[in-house]
Design a protein around this ligand. Structure first.
Ligand code: ACO
Length: 323
């Protein structure tokens, strides 16, 4: 058997920080309201002219360095984003060029906040079929550019940033003691488009548009579907919550995270939370959180890591990875 092993991770956050107090000077909100409802205290915002590709390149370079691999070792780049530099070409090809890679394939993947889980699943399947040996999986977002900064219900939730991992094909025993991606579980249901979408696009309005959301409905759906897909992943491997070393969820809302984790019996100490510092960075939030838990020494080799996300579409999914 062959497994896609995570050899290294990396991340990038823009320098500029926007605190809840800063936001309270822009719209009718308060630090108390945002903290209590979401757990967010601050978010990073890309500088003028700082693009999704710039952040993706920075995160990828750090991941490559930690993996001990050179750009030319990579034969696939999958970049999860809903905020590409341009409508086309794919931002992944810009990243490919900036890294000096002229072989293999690079493409963007669009599954909104579930983008990183979808991208990891995609790259893992390319590796398992033997089509590629090493892949860069990146989540990079500049959501600040698609927010309606007059809508207090959404502009307080999101931030910018990027994270990346390097995957490499390695021979494995074929059981759950293997290092690498052990399983991925993807779902979508397009009937819920209206609950979370961007009201623009090249084919509909010819504009970029702004994010629109029915927060309460998204919240309700998220809690149920996230718990279900986590159970699906654990049951598929006959594992229990106690086998999981680290739960690294998409960072949307503190209440969603804690209630789903507790619902399936995961204690608070196992949840990696970056929401307070990063806000919701959509497809970048999981690799950013992985990077934080790697850097502070929590995630170590052979740890079982459970990833989970839910976002526009709706899309949702989970992945089980032995680090
Ligand atoms: N500051 C102050 N008041 C606010 C703000 C704000 N920033 N935003 C909304 N309000 C007000 C509303 O206008 C409303 O006032 P009203 O009662 O006078 O009409 C009141 O607060 C309650 O609004 P709700 O939207 O019902 O508040 P709720 O408790 O549901 O919290 C929130 C809103 C935080 C958006 C929550 O619904 C949520 O987190 N939902 C999940 C959405 C999410 O995470 N989306 C991310 C993308 S999908 C994903 O990643 C999972």
């Amino acid at each position: 058997a062959v497994r896609s092993v995570i050899l290294g991770c990396g991340a990038y956050l823009p320098e500029k920080i926007l605190t809840n107090d800063d936001l309270a000077r822009m719209v009718n909100t308060s630090d108390d309201w945002i903290t209590e409802r979401t757990g967010i205290k601050q978010r990073h915002i890309a500088a003028e002219g700082e693009l999704t590709s710039d952040m993706a390149v920075a995160a990828a370079e750090q991941a490559l360095e930690r993996a001990g691999r050179r750009p030319n070792d990579i034969d696939l780049i999958v970049l999860a984003t809903s905020t590409p530099d341009n409508t086309f070409p794919a931002t992944a090809t810009t990243v490919q060029a900036r890294l000096g890679i002229h072989h293999g394939a690079a493409f963007d993947l669009q599954a909104v906040c579930t983008g990183f889980v979808y991208a990891l699943a995609t790259a893992d399947n390319f590796i398992k079929t033997g089509q590629v040996k090493r892949a860069l999986v990146i989540g990079s977002e500049t959501f600040s550019r698609i927010l309606d900064w007059d809508d207090r219900g959404t502009c307080v939730l999101f931030g910018d940033g990027a994270g990346a991992v390097v995957l490499e094909a390695q021979p494995a025993r074929g059981d759950d003691t293997d290092r690498g991606v052990l399983g991925t579980y993807l779902h979508s249901d397009g009937r819920y488009k209206e609950m979370l979408y961007v009201d623009g696009g090249p084919s509909s309005t010819g504009t970029t548009g702004h994010l629109r959301m029915q927060g309460r409905e998204v919240f309700r759906f998220a809690v149920n579907k996230i718990a279900a897909v986590i159970e699906e992943a654990l049951e598929d491997h006959k594992l229990g919550a106690s086998d999981v070393d680290w739960f690294v969820p998409h960072q949307a809302n503190q209440r969603i995270l804690t209630s789903t984790a507790n619902k399936i019996g995961l204690p608070d100490e196992k949840i990696v939370i970056t929401l307070d510092r990063h806000g919701n960075t959509s497809a970048a939030s999981i690799p950013l959180a992985l990077n934080v838990a790697y850097e502070d020494g929590r995630i170590k080799e052979d740890d079982l890591v459970l990833l989970e996300a839910m976002g526009g579409g709706f899309t949702w999914g989970a992945a089980l990875v032995r680090w």
